[in-house]
Design a protein around this ligand. Structure first.
Ligand code: F0G
Length: 445
């Protein structure tokens, strides 16, 4: 990754701007346009290089010190794992900040998952520990803060479920009406329940996610609603903090590989931007290889890798409903992220994703199916010899196990061909009935 920090950051003391990634048109940071008004391209946020006390470029050491000083337990700390990185996320948010708080998610190591994947030093960054149970909270706290800054009358998104849950919660906190578009019948129960509970108006669209996204973009343009999908550049700013936080947790010593599930490619884009900026700021001296993992039935990005010459779309189908996306919106940004990090794009079968989910659940960690694509991807790459057993790898789990109770019911109570099913046992309220169950357990163990 080359370091052109002057094209990555503005001069210290400037205001952040939004810039079209396609044609270079710039907009003020508080412009609410969902995309470039000139060419329709996606917008990126550019920040000023963080300054030291004398207004000059802050050194890497002082930045690391400042991020550490803003950790939640410290006197100057911020309770949010997003806003303690505010200087490179949204420096001028002022009192518009709408934070749950979020972030500060754990980096776990589990012997069972190292054995399962074949990767001895596998670490798991569990984003399911966010307030609404997915990484989307990190982008949404920044997106909704921007909605407050620009005085948005309403906010909207299309979603496979997690973005809608996050939008609903943060819009409620900010007191802004929320509108979500979800594919009817294709959203996991936990996600839909959250979205309804927090109060967003929920539209069940007779179509898939890709149709929902087109519809919400048209509606936002025509009805003046502020769009909070991950094409919104401020969402990307928030999601960058997954990478900043995990690098900080590793003492700014990056792993060899960073693996994440991929659908609409917003997170792949955010990870690439975070690594580019961390390198330009001198926080790290090399970048990990980014690995985006799609589901076989929803893998247009993987099909286009490595040349990325054609941008294909597919009619997406996968049990991992969160990443059931056939026409990813952040394509170009994600291509840049993969190229700059010498990354890889792969896909895994639904069987392998579910198998990994079962292993993650059984390790006492738990995650929703789409999240497990990262661990399934690690296992595949170890088997292919791309990841060596001793490589340091961080796999991101994007959503909580309770997001999809329907899948758990199917796996453990309904499926007849699943050897690992942990069926509940109905008993009479007697000790002898308990004893009988214990005896059976011993004989089958
Ligand atoms: N994992 C989970 C649990 C997700 O919910 C998503 C996306 C992804 C991975 C993929 O991230 O789209 O940035 O490549 N969920 C979106 C939603 C689409 O509406 O909640 P991506």
């Amino acid at each position: 990754m080359t370091d052109h920090s002057s094209s990555i950051f503005l001069e210290p003391g400037s205001e952040s701007i939004q810039r079209c990634a396609s044609c270079g048109v710039t907009l003020a940071e508080t412009d609410g346009a969902p995309s470039c008004p000139a060419c329709g391209g996606l917008l990126d946020v550019l920040h000023p290089y963080p300054a030291d006390a004398s207004g000059l470029r802050a050194s890497a050491e002082s930045l690391k010190g400042s991020f550490a000083a803003h950790c939640c337990g410290r006197p100057m700390g911020h309770p949010s794992g997003v806003w303690r990185f505010q200087r490179v996320v949204m420096p001028r948010a002022g009192d518009a900040v709408t934070s749950h708080p979020e972030g500060n998610t754990p980096l776990l190591s589990r012997a069972a998952l190292s054995r399962y994947s074949g990767c001895e030093s596998l670490l798991i960054k569990h984003e399911g520990h966010n307030p609404t149970g997915s990484f989307k909270d990190r982008g949404m706290t920044v997106g909704v803060t921007q909605a407050v800054r620009i005085g948005a009358s309403a906010v909207a998104c299309a979603s496979t479920g997690n973005t809608s849950a996050a939008l609903s919660a943060y819009a409620a906190q900010a007191g802004i009406p929320g509108l979500v578009f979800v594919p009817a019948g294709k959203v996991a129960t936990g996600k839909l329940a959250q979205t309804l509970a927090y109060g967003a108006r929920t539209l069940m669209v007779r179509g898939d996610f890709d149709q929902c996204l087109r519809l919400v973009q048209d509606a936002a343009r025509e009805l003046g609603i502020y769009l909070l999908n991950s094409i919104n550049p401020w969402r990307v700013e928030g999601q960058k903090t997954i990478v900043l936080e995990l690098l900080q947790q590793l003492g700014w010593d990056p792993p060899e590989f960073l693996v994440l599930p991929a659908g609409n490619l917003g997170n792949t884009a955010a990870f690439g931007k975070a690594l580019r900026e961390a390198k330009a700021l001198g926080l790290i001296t090399r970048v990990p290889r980014l690995i985006s993992v799609q589901a076989d039935g929803a893998a247009p990005f993987a099909a286009s890798f490595p040349s990325f010459e054609t941008r294909g779309t597919v009619q997406a189908e996968t049990l991992a409903t969160a990443i059931r996306i056939g026409d990813p919106a952040s394509w170009d940004r994600a291509v840049r992220a993969i190229r700059e990090t010498n990354g890889l794009v792969i896909s895994c079968s639904d069987e392998d994703i579910i198998d990994a989910k079962v292993a993650i659940d059984a390790a006492g960690v738990g995650c929703e199916a789409a999240s497990a694509a990262s661990v399934a991807g690690v296992k595949q790459l170890v088997a292919r010899g791309v990841i060596a057993p001793g490589d340091r790898v961080v796999a991101v789990l994007t959503g909580h196990v309770l997001k999809d109770p329907g899948m758990l019911q199917w796996l453990h109570q309904e499926r007849t061909d699943f050897a690992g099913a942990n069926r509940p046992v109905e008993i009479e309220p007697t000790v002898s009935a308990v004893e009988r169950v214990l005896r059976e357990a011993r004989t089958t163990a």
